[in-house]
Write a protein that binds this ligand. Structure first.
Ligand code: HEC
Ligand code: HEC
Ligand code: HEC
Ligand code: HEC
Ligand code: HEC
Ligand code: HEC
Ligand code: HEC
Ligand code: HEC
Ligand code: HEC
Ligand code: HEC
Length: 325
């Protein structure tokens, strides 16, 4: 097991860090020499002795990497944080080999995890994250669609950035849509949830780490998901319209559609998937009866069926059985 770390990083900010990094780089050679003395074969397969201080001797000049010091992963005082443990190596795995001395011309051994030449599989990389992130939000990860299709934590998250990109709606929607191109095109249709403007995020409805429900929704069912924001459609209604209580997606396409109100089809076809005109009270009063009536159906004008059945989601009117009021 790794030993405790010298708490140097804790006190560093901005310019100080750069200055210290340069100093450390100058000291670098002697540090490597020390190691050689301690390990006669020059080989330390385990963790480095000085943790991040060793890594930063070579990597400290990369400002992109240093952004990690502004996030929750670099809190030395927090024993749950990587920097309260083995620092860089809490994620990247033991770096003794990689950070150790090498002969001229010899390639530097790669780090175990996270890098173009990393040794770990995506699954092993995920496990490194999951050692710390086992909370309730992650209990459905195993077996989730993303896990099954080998989408890794770092396909979505980035660690060396000032702020987790997933917490910024526009970036999140972008990253998700890069893989889910069909969904992207749906959210660009004429009638859609305001996802493309970043006013809503995929995570308003989905739990990307997996959930107990279909399509990894945040709620247990599609309807409960929709009720979170459209409570008025929940009822209870005196006169309930069966498909509404069953599944909103029988009529609505949640990502967007070219039909008003994100309907899967326009009325009357929408309604006629389930209802027939036969015996309908309106049939006797079709435009055929009107002077010069052009259309054979009274259902094709304007709001179609909703001209009369305006309360499609259900009615609380005593005589609202037909959803007319
Ligand atoms: C003596 C210098 C040196 C030290 C010390 C060092 N590295 Fe490296 N590291 C390198 C070099 C050089 C590369 C690029 C290797 C290559 O591209 O083949 C590299 C590459 C990496 C990569 C992979 C980058 C990629 O895109 O594949 C990671 C991750 C990494 N180092 C992490 C660490 C960590 C963590 C530590 C501390 C435990 C550390 N390094 C210590 C020199 C060092
Ligand atoms: C919380 C986990 C975590 C910690 C702690 C961490 N890294 Fe990383 N690192 C990653 C991941 C994940 C990647 C892959 C690229 C990404 O998502 O940013 C990465 C990428 C890298 C890379 C190569 C790719 C690049 O962006 O240049 C280097 C080098 C590196 N880390 C070095 C370090 C060093 C040095 C430290 C300690 C100061 C450190 N890392 C601490 C998770 C971590
Ligand atoms: C050694 C433990 C440890 C490891 C390993 C670790 N994390 Fe964390 N992570 C934490 C702690 C602690 C927090 C802060 C949690 C809090 O404040 O509630 C955190 C926060 C986060 C956050 C929230 C980001 C934010 O800016 O608020 C994300 C996302 C995250 N980790 C992803 C990852 C990923 C992906 C990996 C693997 C590359 C990883 N973590 C590895 C301990 C760890
Ligand atoms: C498909 C993309 C995706 C994948 C894969 C993914 N995440 Fe996330 N993660 C997100 C999004 C989106 C959020 C929500 C961010 C927000 O709203 O702040 C999040 C939030 C988090 C958070 C902070 C909130 C929380 O749930 O505690 C942590 C920690 C985290 N993820 C860790 C992980 C780990 C560990 C893995 C791999 C086992 C992983 N994530 C895989 C997209 C993803
Ligand atoms: C690296 C590519 C990739 C990224 C990034 C990605 N996904 Fe996925 N996602 C997949 C794959 C692959 C599947 C499984 C095959 C499928 O259903 O298309 C999947 C499946 C899903 C499913 C369907 C789950 C099911 O049970 O049917 C949802 C919902 C989903 N992803 C949401 C998201 C969200 C939200 C994000 C962003 C936070 C995201 N995805 C980011 C690749 C990705
Ligand atoms: C308003 C809620 C909502 C938002 C926002 C949302 N989704 Fe969905 N998504 C759903 C529902 C509900 C389903 C299930 C559809 C069904 O059962 O027909 C679904 C299904 C999916 C599926 C499974 C395949 C499919 O198309 O049926 C994927 C993948 C997906 N969503 C990705 C995303 C991505 C990526 C985003 C963000 C760009 C996103 N969703 C935003 C509600 C939403
Ligand atoms: C996180 C909140 C949220 C959730 C969850 C949600 N919606 Fe919405 N919904 C909105 C917002 C915001 C609008 C846009 C309202 C506006 O533009 O005035 C909207 C608009 C709509 C519209 C009207 C579009 C129009 O053209 O008038 C329909 C239909 C709709 N949502 C259906 C659904 C369905 C079905 C679900 C469940 C799959 C759902 N919503 C889940 C927030 C949500
Ligand atoms: C039987 C088909 C059907 C089902 C099922 C259905 N809706 Fe609708 N919904 C409609 C129609 C039709 C409209 C357009 C109403 C209009 O144009 O007057 C609409 C409009 C909406 C609107 C836009 C604002 C409004 O009230 O006019 C929202 C939001 C909405 N529905 C949410 C939902 C939610 C949430 C569910 C599930 C609980 C749901 N709908 C189930 C047919 C349906
Ligand atoms: C997915 C199938 C489905 C769709 C689509 C659908 N309905 Fe229904 N509707 C039903 C069912 C099931 C009932 C309950 C029938 C019963 O109780 O005999 C019902 C009942 C009704 C009733 C009351 C019937 C009665 O006997 O009092 C009206 C009116 C109605 N629907 C109108 C519409 C309109 C208008 C639309 C289009 C906006 C529509 N429906 C779309 C399945 C559907
Ligand atoms: C001109 C107004 C009007 C239009 C347009 C209309 N309806 Fe009706 N509908 C009625 C009236 C009135 C009733 C009888 C209601 C009652 O008995 O309470 C009725 C009854 C119904 C019933 C209950 C069963 C029945 O036959 O009595 C259903 C189902 C129904 N309509 C569906 C539809 C559908 C689907 C459309 C569009 C294709 C539609 N209606 C268009 C006025 C209309």
């Amino acid at each position: 097991m790794p030993r405790s770390r010298r708490p140097i990083i804790q006190y560093l900010t901005g310019g100080m860090l750069v200055a210290t990094v340069i100093t450390l780089m100058l000291l670098g050679l002697s540090a490597v020499a020390d190691q050689n003395e301690a390990e006669p074969n020059g080989h330390d397969p385990d963790y480095t002795r000085a943790g991040a201080d060793t890594c930063l001797m070579c990597h400290g000049g990369d400002h992109h990497l240093l952004q990690i010091f502004e996030g929750p992963h670099a809190v030395m005082a927090d024993a749950r944080s990587p920097f309260g443990q083995t620092q860089c190596e809490a994620c990247h795995g033991p770096g003794g080999d990689h950070a150790g001395p090498i002969r001229i011309g010899q390639p530097r051994p790669p780090m175990p995890g996270f890098g173009d030449n990393a040794l770990w599989s995506s699954e092993q990389e995920n496990q490194a994250c999951l050692t710390c992130h086992q909370g309730s939000d992650h209990r459905f990860w195993e077996g989730s669609a993303h896990h099954q299709y080998e989408v890794g934590c770092v396909d979505c998250h980035a660690m060396h950035e000032r702020r987790d990109p997933m917490s910024i709606a526009t970036i999140q929607n972008q990253v998700c849509s890069d893989c889910h191109t069909q969904v992207r095109s749906e959210t660009h249709r004429a009638y859609a949830h305001p996802v493309r403007h970043g006013e809503m995020a995929c995570t308003d409805c989905h739990q990307p780490h997996g959930s107990g429900s279909e399509a990894m929704l945040t709620a247990m069912t599609v309807n409960q998901n929709c009720y979170e924001c459209h409570a008025e459609t929940r009822g209870p209604f005196l006169w309930e319209h069966a498909p509404v209580a069953e599944d909103c997606t029988l009529c609505h396409q949640p990502h967007g559609s070219n039909n008003p109100a994100m309907l899967t089809r326009r009325a009357p076809m929408l309604c006629q998937q389930c209802h027939t005109r036969l015996g309908h009270a309106g049939v006797g009063r079709t435009p055929d009866d009107l002077p010069g009536g052009a259309s054979p159906s009274n259902f094709t004008l304007g709001q179609s069926c909703m001209n009369c059945h305006s309360q499609v989601h259900g009615s609380n009117h005593p005589s609202g059985a037909g959803f007319l009021r």
